[in-house]
Design a protein around this ligand. Structure first.
Ligand code: ATP
Ligand code: MG
Length: 601
C-alpha cells in the first residue's frame, strides 16, 4: 500500500479524550476514531491488526477441533427469559442493549451467546454420539458498560471470540478446558504478549473452575495476586491467603466503654490502644434481589480486613431462594439516601455490633424484615474482642462469641486477600500484586444453561441428560490494544511482528531524487511479492515527518533509500531497538524474510 493513496492521518498532539498510553497512541497514529461513548471505528491499519489477531485465534481454535460459525447479534428476549437472565441483563446495572421491533417483540443485542448456542444445541444434539462438540465465532459484541473507557479496552461495541463446548461428562469438559488453556497460551505467545494465567471468580454459577488470562500492564483494571515462584496466581476477586495472626487482646473482661469520635477502625484503635486485629467490625450492605426484595446484610469481619464484595455476592446468591429470587441485581453499601428507604430509626454507623436489632428495619413489603448476618472466618477465632455497642460514641471490649454475642448464622470466607499476605500453598511465600488486563477467560459452566433451556441428549443407557457445557472468550479488540500498552516508547507504537499491520515500510526521503524513487519502488514491489507486507511512504512530505510517522505507527522494519544508495545500499532500521544498518540492496528481501519469519515463530 502506498501512503499517498491511503487514509493516513496522524496527530502531533495527544488527544484530550485519552488517558492511557495505548489509547493515545492508537488515536494519534490513526488506527481508531471515536464515534461515540465506547464506540470506535477501526480504520484500515487497525482492521489489519484485528484480522491478524483473529487469524491467530482462529488457527489455535481450529487446531483443537473447534468449529467456527456465526451467530445472530439480534437475540429474542424469550430465550433470555428462559435462562432467567433477561431482567438481570436489562434492568438496574444490566449491560444488554434491548429494543422493541415493529411487531412489538423484545430483542437484545448480544453481549454474549450462551442462550443462542444452547438453543441450537437443544434442537440439534440428540445423542451422546454427537459429543463432544465445540463451536466458536469471532464477531462484535454489544455491552452497555457502566464506565466505557480506555478506548478499545472497555468498549460498548467490541470484538470477541466466544466458544461454547458440549459434553457428556465432567472429564470430557475438563479435557476441552485443558485444550483451551493450551490454545490460549499459544495465542497470546504468538501475539507477542507477556501474560499470566490466573484463577478467576466463577460468579454465582459456582462449583467449577475458571481461569483468566491477564496481560500485565499498569493500566490494567484488574488486580492480580501471585507468588514469586509462580505457584499461585489469582484475580484479587477470587484470591485466598493466610491473614496475619491476630494479636492477643489486652482486654480480659466484658465492658461497655465510652469511645467518642471513634467511628473508624483507626481512630478506635488509637483511642483504646489496641490492634485492629482485636476488633470485630460490622459492615452493612444492601442487596436487591431480582424478586424485588431488598435485603440488609451485616458482615462481621476482623478490623484489619476488608470485605471482598465478589465473594459476598456469591454467598448472598445462595440465599436467593429464601427471597423468592434467582439472583442479585445490586449489592451496595447504602448511603444516607438509601438508608431512608428502609431504616426505622437512625443507625449507629461506626458503632454497630454483630447483634444490631432487626427493629432498625422498617416493616415494608419489599424489604426483608431481618438482617442477613455473615461472619468472616477471621472474626470467628477472636477472643475478648472489641466491637460496637449499637450506640453512637460507645464500644464494648472483652467480648466473646457464644457469651455476649451469638455467632452469625453463616460463616464464610469473605475477606479480600492482600499483597503481603502469606500464600495458602506455601506460607513461606508472600503474595505480590500486579495490574492486569483481562484478555481471555475460560470457564467450566456445567449445566446451568442446558438445564434452564432444556438442552438434553440421550446417553448410552438411553437416559435423557442435560448437556455439560464450557465457554471460552477472548477479547480480540482489547487484546490488540493491550499489545500496544505493553509495547511502546516515546516515539510511538512498537508492534510485535505477528500482529503488526505491515511488516515493513519503505521510505523515500526525497521524492525529487529519481534514484531514490526507483530503488524504493523496486524494493516495495519485490518485498510484497516475497510476502513481506510492505508500505511505501511516497508522500510529498519532509523526510523528518516520514520518519516520525513510521515510528508512531510502529511498523517493525523501516527501509530508507537515502545517502548510502550511491554504494548500492539502503538503511534498515529496526523499530523495537532503533538499531540501524546499511544493507546491500540485493540482500534486503532475503534478510527481511528471515527476520519476519523469526518474528512469526
Ligand atoms: P470485564 O470483567 O473486563 O468486564 P468480563 O469478565 O465481563 O470482562 P467476559 O464476559 O469474560 O468479560 O468476556 C470475554 C472477554 O471479552 C474478556 O476476557 C475481555 O477480554 C473481553 N471484553 C469483555 N468486555 C469487554 C469490553 N467492554 N470491551 C472490550 N473487551 C471486552
Ligand atoms: Mg471475564
Amino acid at each position: 500500500m502506498r501512503l499517498s493513496q491511503m487514509l493516513f492521518v496522524t496527530l502531533r498532539e495527544d488527544p484530550a479524550e485519552a488517558e492511557i498510553p495505548s489509547h493515545k497512541l492508537l488515536l494519534r497514529a490513526g488506527y481508531i476514531r471515536r464515534i461515540g461513548s465506547g464506540v470506535y471505528a477501526y480504520l484500515p491499519l487497525m482492521w489489519r491488526v484485528l484480522q491478524k489477531v483473529s487469524q491467530i485465534v482462529r488457527e489455535e481454535m481450529n487446531a483443537t477441533g473447534a468449529q467456527e460459525c456465526l451467530l445472530p447479534q439480534l437475540q429474542p428476549a424469550d430465550l433470555w427469559r428462559e435462562s432467567g437472565r433477561w431482567d438481570t441483563y436489562t434492568k438496574a446495572e444490566g449491560i444488554m442493549f434491548s429494543l422493541i421491533d415493529r411487531q412489538n417483540r423484545e430483542l437484545g443485542l448480544g453481549p454474549t451467546h450462551e442462550e443462542i448456542i444452547t438453543t441450537i444445541a437443544r434442537e440439534t444434539i440428540r445423542s451422546y454420539r454427537q459429543l463432544p462438540l465445540h463451536l466458536y465465532q469471532i464477531q462484535s459484541k454489544f455491552r452497555d458498560e457502566i464506565r466505557p473507557r480506555f478506548g478499545l479496552m472497555r468498549g460498548r461495541e467490541f470484538i470477541m471470540k466466544d466458544g461454547y463446548s458440549f459434553h457428556t461428562s465432567e472429564e470430557s469438559l475438563k479435557e476441552t478446558y485443558a485444550d483451551m488453556d493450551r490454545a490460549y497460551r499459544n495465542m497470546l505467545r504468538r501475539c507477542g504478549l507477556k501474560f499470566q494465567a490466573v484463577e478467576a471468580d466463577s460468579g454465582a454459577i459456582g462449583g467449577s473452575g475458571s481461569q483468566e488470562f491477564m496481560v500485565l500492564a499498569d493500566a490494567g483494571e484488574d488486580e492480580v495476586l501471585y507468588t514469586e515462584d509462580g505457584a499461585y496466581a489469582a484475580n484479587v476477586e477470587k484470591a485466598v491467603s493466610l491473614p496475619v495472626d491476630a494479636e492477643v487482646s489486652p482486654f480480659s473482661s466484658y465492658e461497655k466503654r465510652e469511645t467518642p469520635g471513634t467511628d473508624t477502625i483507626a481512630s478506635l484503635c488509637e483511642f483504646l490502644k489496641c490492634s485492629p486485629t482485636q476488633v470485630v467490625k460490622n459492615v452493612l450492605y444492601q442487596a436487591v434481589f431480582d424478586s424485588g426484595k431488598t435485603v440488609l446484610v451485616l458482615v462481621s469481619i476482623r478490623g484489619d480486613q476488608d470485605v471482598n464484595e465478589v465473594k459476598l455476592q456469591n454467598e448472598l446468591t445462595k440465599f436467593a431462594d429464601r427471597y423468592g429470587a434467582k439472583t442479585i441485581l445490586t449489592l451496595t453499601v447504602p448511603d444516607e439516601e438509601a438508608q431512608k428507604k428502609w431504616a426505622a430509626k437512625s443507625l449507629p454507623l461506626g458503632y454497630i455490633a454483630p447483634d444490631l436489632a432487626d427493629d432498625f428495619i422498617q416493616n415494608k413489603k419489599d424489604v426483608a424484615p431481618k438482617f442477613l448476618r455473615f461472619v468472616d472466618r477471621t472474626a470467628v477465632e477472636l477472643q475478648n474482642f472489641v466491637t460496637g455497642a449499637n450506640e453512637a460514641g460507645y464500644h464494648v471490649v472483652g467480648a466473646n462469641w457464644g457469651s455476649e454475642f451469638k455467632l452469625p448464622e453463616t460463616v464464610a470466607d469473605l475477606r479480600k486477600a492482600m499483597a503481603g499476605d502469606r500464600s495458602i500453598r506455601d506460607p513461606n511465600q508472600t503474595l505480590q500484586t500486579a495490574r492486569g488486563i483481562e484478555v481471555g477467560h475460560i470457564f467450566q459452566l456445567g449445566t446451568k444453561y442446558s438445564a434452564a433451556l432444556g438442552a438434553t441428549y440421550t446417553n448410552e443407557q438411553g437416559e435423557e441428560k442435560p448437556l455439560i457445557m464450557g465457554c471460552y472468550g477472548v477479547g480480540v479488540s482489547r487484546l490488540a490494544q493491550a499489545a500496544v500498552e505493553q509495547s511502546y516508547d516515546k516515539d510511538g507504537i512498537i508492534w510485535p511482528v505477528a500482529i503488526a499491520p505491515y511488516h515493513a515500510i519503505v521510505i523515500i526521503p526525497n521524492l525529487n531524487d529519481t534514484a531514490q524513487v526507483s530503488a524504493a519502488e523496486q524494493l516495495y514491489s519485490e518485498l510484497n511479492t516475497a510476502g513481506v507486507e510492505t508500505l511505501l511512504d511516497d508522500r510529498d512530505e519532509r523526510a523528518g515527518v516520514k520518519f516520525k510517522d513510521a515510528d508512531l505507527i510502529g511498523i517493525p522494519y523501516r527501509i530508507v533509500t537515502g545517502k548510502s544508495l550511491k554504494d548500492g545500499k539502503v538503511e534498515l532500521v529496526e523499530r523495537s531497538t532503533q538499531q540501524r544498518q546499511d544493507v546491500a540492496i540485493e540482500t534486503v528481501v532475503s534478510l527481511l524474510k528471515e527476520k519476519i519469519a523469526a518474528g512469526l515463530s
